[in-house]
Ligand binder design. Structure first.
Ligand code: CP
Length: 387
C-alpha cells in the first residue's frame, strides 16, 4: 500500500453503510479479492465496473472521488520516494509507481481538481531545458506545469549563451541561481540529467537522456495500460523495434517488471543490445514467437539520431520482418492493443492504417495522459522538497 494515504472513499462508504465487502462485491458481480485490490489502490476498475460502482452507491462515489487522494497539503507522500529528482525508473518501487499513477487519475478530469491545486503552485517555476528535439514531452511538461498554475520558461538552446561557448554545467548553475523549482532536462548524452542534478538545488526531471532512460514516458505508458486493461500485474507486453538505442524500452522494461508484468523484447540481432535480459526481459528475434499471447504491443521507431553506421538492410526489408501490421498483430492476443511513444514513422515500424486504427492503437491516448502523469510527478517532487 502507498504509505500515508487516507482510507479509500469507497471503503469509507461501504463501512458507513454497514455492508461487508462480500455484499458489495456481489452487487458489482466481482470477487472480494478484486474489490480489495481496488480499495488498496492496487488495481483500477474498468469503465463498466466504475459505472456499476456509481450506480450501487447512488452517485456517492464518482470517478473524481474514487481517485481522489486528498488535498495537496493532506497528501503524505512517502518521504523516501525518489528523493528530490526523477532521474530513472529503477529507483522507484511498485508502491511509488502506483502512487504516481493514482495521483494522475485525479488530474485526468482536471477542471475542478485544478482549482484545488493551482493556488499551491502560483509562485513556482519550471524550466524546460531541451538539448534534443521534442514535441510531446516538452509540450506536455509545459501544459502540466501551467495547468498546475506554475510559471514556465522554455529555454531556447539555439539562442542561448551555450552558442557562445558556455558549458552545460555553467548553464545549469546560471538557471539554478534564478531559483526555479524544477528543471526538466533532455539531452542526447546518457547521464546528463544526473550530472546536473548534482550541481543544482532545484528538482531535476529526466525528460530523456541518450539511450539510458525516459521515466515519465514509462509512467504514462503504465497509466494507459492500467486504464485499458485494469491492471499491469500478470500482463504480457512485447516491446518491438530498435531496442538498442531506446531509452523508452529501458524505462518500460524496468517499470513493467517492477509492476509484475512479463516483457518480451523483439528486434533483429543488430538492434538487440547485449545484457538487456538482465533487466528481466525475454529476448526474441522473431515477431511471430515474440508476440505470442501478448496483451500489449509497444512499437519503437528506428532512432537514426543515435545510430553510427548501418543496422538494417533497408527500411522496406525492415518493415517486412519487423514492421507491425494487422497480420503480425494477429500473432498477439485477439484484444491486444498497440502503443508507440512517438514520433511514428509510417510504413517503417508501423503500418499507416494500423497507426490510425483507434480500436487497436493507443498512440494519442498516450500523448493525452502524458500531461496528467507529468502533473503528478511535478506535484510529488515539490511535495518532497517541501517536506
Ligand atoms: N515520446 C517522446 O519522447 O516524444 P518527443 O520526442 O516528441 O518528446
Amino acid at each position: 500500500k502507498v504509505l500515508g494515504l487516507r482510507m479509500h472513499p469507497l471503503n469509507e462508504w461501504i463501512t458507513n453503510q454497514v455492508l461487508t465487502r462480500k455484499e458489495f462485491a456481489d452487487k458489482l458481480d466481482i470477487s472480494v479479492a478484486t474489490l480489495s485490490r481496488y480499495l488498496s489502490r492496487d488495481r483500477v476498475p474498468k469503465p463498466e465496473i466504475m459505472r456499476k460502482i456509481i450506480e450501487a452507491t447512488g452517485g456517492a462515489i464518482t470517478p473524481e472521488n474514487f481517485y481522489f487522494i486528498g488535498n495537496y497539503k493532506d497528501v503524505q507522500f512517502k518521504k523516501s520516494f525518489f528523493g528530490t529528482h526523477l532521474l530513472s525508473i529503477e529507483v522507484l518501487n511498485a508502491n511509488e509507481i502506483t502512487s504516481i499513477l493514482d495521483r494522475s487519475e485525479y488530474f485526468i478530469k482536471p477542471y475542478e481538481n485544478l482549482l484545488n491545486s493551482q493556488k499551491n503552485y502560483k509562485n513556482r517555476t519550471l524550466i524546460n531545458l531541451f538539448f534534443e528535439d521534442s514535441t510531446r514531452t516538452k509540450t506536455s511538461f509545459e501544459l502540466a506545469a501551467k495547468r498546475l498554475g506554475m510559471n514556465v520558461i522554455n529555454m531556447q538552446i539555439e539562442t542561448s549563451s551555450i552558442r557562445k561557448g558556455e558549458s552545460l554545467i555553467d548553464t545549469a548553475m546560471t538557471l539554478n541561481a534564478m531559483h526555479p523549482d524544477i528543471l526538466v532536462i533532455r539531452h542526447s548524452l546518457s547521464g546528463v540529467p544526473h550530472l546536473l542534478a548534482d550541481k543544482v538545488r532545484c528538482a531535476v526531471i529526466n525528460a530523456g537522456d541518450g539511450q539510458h532512460e525516459h521515466p515519465t514516458q514509462a509512467l504514462l505508458d503504465a497509466l494507459v495500460i492500467r486504464r485499458r486493461k485494469g491492471k499491469i500485474k500478470g500482463l504480457k507486453v512485447a516491446i518491438c523495434g530498435d531496442i538498442a538505442h531506446s531509452r523508452v524500452a529501458r524505462s518500460n522494461i524496468k517499470l513493467l517488471t517492477t509492476m509484475g508484468a512479463k516483457v518480451n523484447v523483439i528486434a533483429p540481432k543488430t538492434l538487440m543490445p547485449n545484457g538487456i535480459e538482465n533487466l528481466g526481459a525475454r529476448i526474441y528475434n522473431d515477431m511471430k514467437k515474440g508476440l505470442e499471447n501478448t496483451d500489449i504491443v509497444m512499437i519503437l521507431r528506428l532512432q537514426h539520431e543515435r545510430m553510427h553506421g548501418s543496422y538494417i538492410p533497408s527500411p522496406r526489408e525492415y518493415f517486412r520482418f519487423y514492421g507491425l501490421d494487422i497480420i503480425k498483430l494477429g500473432y498477439a492476443k485477439r484484444d491486444a492493443l498497440v502503443m508507440h511513444p512517438g514520433p511514428i514513422n509510417r510504413g517503417i515500424e508501423i503500418d499507416s492504417q494500423l497507426a490510425d486504427d483507434i480500436d487497436r492503437t493507443l498512440i494519442l491516448e498516450q500523448v493525452e495522459l502524458g500531461v496528467a502523469i507529468r502533473m503528478s510527478v511535478i506535484e510529488h517532487l515539490i511535495s518532497n522538497t517541501e517536506n
